[in-house]
Design a binder for this molecule. Structure first.
Ligand code: G3H
Ligand code: 13P
Ligand code: ZN
Length: 306
């Protein structure tokens, strides 16, 4: 069933687990994720970026997610990183039950002003809003410790932001980055900062850039020609700590991309005679499903749907 973000996340924060938010661009990903959620009895957030909408078209994506939500699993249809109001409005018009407004690159007062406007638009339709304060990037993106610190979420500013905007969930920056190359050297999340934010902000908190770059998937991809050398993700133990401290929505795109493309590489190498795309895509679909199920176990969302 289609539900709002608020509906699944309030329970997740109260019960100390996190709901996986998985990015999709096509039918294969939607089917793999919903099959994983059904098997694991887990609520799930299926999200599309502005890029996914440009690629597949919002009508196709909304229809696919709506079909995935026909069973008893609670499914949130969510816009990921909406940066333009036009996309937020488009998503709401197509029945999305949640939107993210990402004003993290804007001056704080503009981020607050537009996030507040998005909250009004979304709430009028019964949809939820995730907003963001702080810049989600990699430690390597900052030239100095002071600069890094300035881009991570400030706890007092986060409290002020949620009070002023009325958003339902807050994405925070604690040192993760999008993509497969998150850290130079050791992986590190600023869990002390998360602790301070969570003490002040009682809303569900969101962790972006949370893929783990799973060792076995990386190995499979490399066996079939990918070069992932220094790719490095977030450690499972850091994810679990973050959940225990208040993270209730965890965004995963890269791990699914790695699984999908590793499966395709494997099939192309191992099944040279096959010309049926359905057969070539099978290992990719199964690996995405497997990765999605592992996340549901790790995040503690497995078994929450009775
Ligand atoms: O956070 C960004 C997601 O990984 C989506 O990436 O804009 O390439 O679809 P995309
Ligand atoms: P990853 O690139 O770590 O999967 O993060 C995805 C994300 O944050 C989507 O919003
Ligand atoms: Zn993100």
């Amino acid at each position: 069933m289609l539900v709002s973000l608020k509906k699944v996340l309030v329970e997740a924060r109260a019960k100390h687990y996190a709901v996986p938010a998985m990015n999709v661009n096509n039918m294969e990903a939607v089917k793999a994720i919903i099959s994983a959620a059904e098997h694991m009895h887990s609520p799930v957030i299926i999200q599309t970026s502005e890029g996914a909408i440009e690629y597949a078209g919002i009508e196709y994506l909304a229809a696919l997610i709506r079909i995935a939500a026909k069973g008893k699993i609670p499914v949130v249809m969510h816009l990921d990183h909406g940066k333009k109001l036009e996309y937020v409005k488009m998503a709401l018009a197509h029945g999305y039950t949640s939107v993210m407004f990402d004003g993290s690159a804007l001056p704080e007062k503009d981020n607050i002003r537009i996030s507040t406007q998005v909250v009004k638009l979304a709430h009028a339709k019964g949809a939820s809003v995730e907003a963001e304060i702080g810049a989600i990037a990699g430690i390597e993106d900052f030239v100095s410790v002071e600069e890094k610190d300035a881009h991570l979420t400030n706890p007092e500013a986060a409290l002020d932001f949620v009070k002023k905007t009325g958003c339902d969930a807050l994405a925070i920056a604690i040192g993760t980055a999008h993509g497969a190359y998150k850290f130079k050297g050791k992986t590190h999340l600023d869990l002390d900062r998360l602790k301070k934010i969570a003490k002040l902000v009682k809303l569900p908190l969101v962790l972006h850039g949370a893929s783990g770059v799973l060792e076995d998937v990386k190995e499979l991809a490399e066996k079939h020609g990918a070069q992932l050398g220094k790719a490095r993700g977030v450690l499972d133990e850091d994810i679990q700590q973050a959940i225990s401290l208040g993270i209730s929505k965890i965004n995963i795109d890269t791990d699914l991309r790695l699984a999908f493309t590793a499966g395709i590489r494997e099939a192309v190498d191992d099944l040279p005679q096959v010309i049926d795309p359905r057969k070539l895509l099978e290992p990719a679909n199964l690996l995405m499903r497997e990765v999605a199920m592992r996340k549901m176990k790790l995040f503690g969302s497995a078994g929450r749907v009775k």
